[in-house]
Design a protein around this ligand. Structure first.
Ligand code: GDP
Length: 313
């Protein structure tokens, strides 16, 4: 995904690494090159500014002038600042102390939510958990079926509205208003979580509807689901290939549903991807997973430090 960014930065640093003393003009020209490389990779302007400011301040300070190897010290600073932009430390899932951990997924249609739901479920299953998937995307006619297929592939049961639940409606209670509708995603999500509790699943992954673009109904529905199920995590799935629209989309979802973490999907693609890298910095929410293919095992925990090294090496 970040090949061209990586190549550009590596080229910039090749000159620097071997240098003895660095003049202010060496540092300025390096920062200029970094800035151009980031902008060309689609990293959002405010993020580029914050990044270059951080690097400049540190590079002009004693940290570099007194270093034995100033060139390498600058590279180290760039690495550390990049880790910060990418969210700092690796963030793990916030698991419930008792009862099931509820994880809600949100994002635009086509972002890779349903695919990711299967991958996460499979990964958690492999780690010894008992996850269940809940199909609360009732917007797209095929979405429920798609999640069922994903569940089958992952070897994880699916609570879907057509069947009422994974094995019989009897235990599903009415919602607060006493209405009971299989067409209501809030109800389906809530019923899914109730089922998980009754059947002692320890993780519930709730897939929600997306639209092709952000709209108010979508946000309201996601916000209503969030309120109804009070999830431990709300993961915002974003297609790393959507370019600059990533910023606007992420901000809209942050305002609308206030997610707790980000999933970058389609990181196996060859787009520039810098906009997606800006999402953690712009929203203040960590990137937690990368989705790297269509297969059920194509999922990685996102480590900001490893990603920074991958980009800079
Ligand atoms: P949803 O509408 O958000 O649920 O998105 P889907 O999960 O249906 O994914 C949309 C399309 O993207 C599907 O064709 C998926 O196979 C594909 N897709 C999802 N995640 C990835 C990924 O990480 N890499 C690649 N290459 N394709 C993906």
């Amino acid at each position: 995904m970040f090949n061209s960014l990586s190549d550009r930065l590596t080229a910039t640093f090749t000159n620097l690494r071997g240098k003895g003393r660095l003049t202010e003009s060496d540092i300025n020209s390096t920062i200029r090159d970094i800035r151009m490389a980031l902008l060309d990779a689609d990293v959002a302007l405010p993020v580029v500014k914050q990044f270059t400011r951080g690097v400049r301040e540190r590079a002009l300070g004693a940290e570099v002038s007194q270093a034995l190897n100033p060139g390498q010290q600058v590279v180290k600073i760039v690495n550390e600042e990049l880790v910060e932009i990418l969210g700092g430390q690796t963030r793990r899932l916030n698991m419930a102390k008792s009862g099931p951990t509820v994880i809600m997924l949100a994002g635009l249609q086509g972002s890779g939510k349903t695919t990711f739901a299967g991958k996460l479920a499979r990964r958690l299953r492999d780690e010894g958990h008992f996850p269940v998937l809940v199909a609360a995307d009732l917007q797209r006619p095929n979405a429920v079926r798609q999640l069922e297929v994903v569940g089958e592939r992952a070897g994880v049961p699916v609570f879907s509205p057509e069947r009422g639940n994974e094995g019989g409606h009897d235990a599903v209670s009415e919602n607060a208003e006493g209405t009971r509708s299989y067409g209501d995603p809030v109800w389906v999500a809530q019923a899914g979580v109730n089922q998980a509790k009754l059947r002692q699943y320890d993780v519930v992954i709730v897939d929600t509807a997306g639209r092709l673009a952000v709209d108010e109904n979508l946000m309201q529905q996601a916000a209503d689901i969030r309120e109804a199920i009070n999830p431990h995590e709300v993961l915002f799935v974003i297609d790393a290939m959507i370019g600059q629209a990533a910023i606007e989309t992420a901000t809209a979802f942050q305002d609308g549903v206030d997610f707790t973490g980000v999933v970058l999907s389609k990181l196996d693609g060859d787009a520039r991807g810098g906009a997606a890298l800006s999402v953690a910095s712009i929203t203040g929410r960590p990137i937690m997973y990368a989705s790297t293919g269509e297969g059920v095992k194509d999922i990685e925990v996102f480590h900001p430090d490893r990603m920074a090294s991958r980009i800079l090496d």
